[in-house]
Ligand binder design. Structure first.
Ligand SMILES: NC(=O)c1ccc[n+]([C@@H]2O[C@H](COP(=O)([O-])OP(=O)(O)OC[C@H]3O[C@@H](n4cnc5c(N)ncnc54)[C@H](OP(=O)(O)O)[C@@H]3O)[C@@H](O)[C@H]2O)c1
Length: 263
């Protein structure tokens, strides 16, 4: 299927590794002009080289912390100066630490909201004026299954991600008249370094071995395995494509069946 996004200008936030990197790779394979960002310069530029070498498409990299409004503004301005616009925006960030309510302070919640909710708001606010002007746009907000089915040991994630779903749904309604779609992706457990870190934290807290962590997870997933980053990226590629022009305001789990609810 031709997704019809060749030469579209794409900004994938937080994309030097893991899900963001897989999404940037996939959209670059589709011929989009892809801009990636992260904080660690070395890894970011290595990823840029890797993607450009494989796909031969235009790939740019910016060092930016998505929690910082001025850094996001500067990055979006530089992208607009070079390419004229941003047409597809994928909001992503790192994940907050794992833990139960009694392990955190109010300040920890503030940090989680800045990382996972306000970074999304920041990015959207910088890009939406351009999308409105061109009367075309695709926004994908990356959240987690924890927004639909809270995971007991991820209380910071459960709290921040639900806000992203509310924000996305409101935006989808308000931006539809401009030809802009807004959808959220709720990944389930997917094999990235973030999950390896969660496994390590599980073992360090004396809850069992890392093998126990993976065994427990697999038992909670009807398809019986973790996802691959490429499987999340393929869902994103479809939702940002011309073929998904009539899909907006959805939050799509890509989780091997992990979420048990109807919605
Ligand atoms: N993997 C899963 O199973 C899973 C499931 C559900 C939800 N999620 C969520 O999806 C998101 C991505 O997950 P992942 O597994 O790909 O995580 P990851 O392996 O930790 O990768 C995170 C990426 O984001 C960048 N990043 C982190 N904080 C940033 C910031 N403040 N500003 C700019 N870039 C930043 C990192 O680079 P730098 O550190 O260099 O900035 C890195 O490139 C996370 O929020 C995660 O919690 C993941």
């Amino acid at each position: 299927m031709d997704l019809g996004i060749k030469n579209r200008v794409v900004l994938v936030a937080a994309s030097s590794r893991g899900l963001g990197k897989a999404i940037a790779f996939q959209l670059s394979r589709e011929g989009s002009k892809v801009v990636i960002c992260a904080r660690n310069k070395e890894r970011l530029f290595k990823t840029r080289e890797e993607i450009a070498a494989e796909t031969g498409s235009v790939v740019r990299a910016f060092i930016a912390d998505v929690r910082d409004k001025s850094q996001v503004r500067r990055m979006v301005k530089q992208v607009a100066d070079e390419f004229g616009t941003v047409e597809i925006l994928v909001c992503n960030a790192g994940g907050p630490p794992a833990g139960l309510a009694d392990e955190f302070t109010v300040e920890d919640y503030r940090e989680a909201l800045e990382l996972n909710l306000l970074s999304t708001v920041n990015l959207c606010y910088e890009v939406i004026p351009m999308m409105k002007k061109q009367r075309w746009g695709r926004i994908i907000n990356m959240t987690s299954v924890s927004a639909k089915q809270p995971i007991n040991t991820l209380i910071l994630s459960n709290t921040a991600r639900a806000g992203v779903l509310g924000f996305s749904k409101s935006l989808s309604d308000q931006l539809a008249p401009y030809g802009i779609t807004v959808n959220s992706i709720c990944p389930g457990y997917t094999r990235t370094e973030r999950v390896e870190e969660l496994a390590k934290s599980f073992a360090e807290k004396g809850k069992g071995t890392t093998e126990d962590f993976y065994k427990n997870i697999k038992e909670s997933i009807p398809l019986g395995r973790l996802g691959a980053p490429e499987e999340i990226a393929q869902a994103v590629a479809f939702l940002v494509s011309e073929r998904a022009a009539y899909i907006t305001g959805v939050s799509l789990q890509v989780d091997g069946g992990f979420v048990k609810g109807l919605f």
